[in-house]
Design a protein. Structure first.
Length: 114
């Protein structure tokens, strides 16, 4: 059951222009968003925060899709290692994953126009 959900989330992230790290187990997936990060206007977000926090806030506020900034799990001196990553939970109802897929597809389409 989780493998199907994981694969659906991974396909959605890839289609949106992110590079997911496919886990062998668990409920979470980390994706590198740097390919689309430069096309997202993060200037309204707190510039003192790491880029992953800025992107997670932007994604939640503007696209209604919640992601977790992985740098929250890093020490202060290593937070920069996660600056272009975002973490998603794929242990969700199929309807929720379908909605996330639509949001990511819309995100890709809107950023492709830029």
């Amino acid at each position: 059951m989780l493998e199907k959900k994981r694969d659906k989330m991974a396909a959605s992230l890839i289609k949106a222009g992110m590079d997911p790290i496919i886990p062998d187990g668990g409920y979470f997936m980390v994706a590198d968003f740097h390919k689309l990060g430069h096309r997202v206007d993060l200037t309204s977000e707190d510039q003192s925060e790491t880029r992953d926090y800025q992107f997670a806030k932007w994604l939640t506020k503007n696209k209604k899709l919640a992601g977790i900034p992985p740098s929250a799990f890093y020490s202060d001196e290593d937070k920069h290692l996660a600056q272009n990553q975002i973490r998603f939970c794929f242990f969700k109802k199929n309807e929720t994953l379908d909605r996330a897929e639509q949001i990511l597809d819309d995100l890709h389409k809107s950023l492709s126009k830029l």
